[in-house]
Design a protein around this ligand. Structure first.
Ligand SMILES: [Zn+2]
Length: 120
């Protein structure tokens, strides 16, 4: 069952099949209606922006099968790597923003984290 009353904001995460990537993955909400319904989403990996297909794809997809190593600021991450954040849970690195900053897609939304920090 879908949570019909749930509303979304730009930057939230939704699961959708990406035709370009050929697999179902978390997408970033790119635009919503005034009522909070998702209209367009973008794939963080290939960057394609597509209409959101509500209810499409397998429900209840869980990332538990590929839980990553614990998040560590001093680690240098690559796009597509999975990590386990103590607060936010499992996330997937979707982009390297700067040498020291990465965008990570968690179960609920995208967050910007530090990486490749100098160890003390
Ligand atoms: Zn894609």
């Amino acid at each position: 069952m879908t949570t019909e009353k749930q509303t979304f904001a730009v930057g939230d995460r939704v699961e959708q099949m990406c035709v370009t990537c050929g697999e179902e993955r978390g997408h970033i909400v790119a635009s919503v209606t005034k009522k909070g319904r998702v209209t367009r989403v973008s794939c963080p990996i290939c960057g394609s922006r597509v209409p959101y297909k509500s209810g499409a794809g397998a429900a209840g997809t869980r990332a538990s099968s590929k839980a990553g190593a614990p998040y560590d600021q001093t680690t240098t991450y690559r796009r597509g790597q999975t990590l386990m954040h103590p607060t936010f849970g499992v996330g997937e690195v979707t982009a390297i923003i700067e040498p020291r900053k990465i965008d990570v897609l968690f179960a609920d939304r995208m967050r910007r984290l530090v990486h490749s920090a100098q160890p003390r």
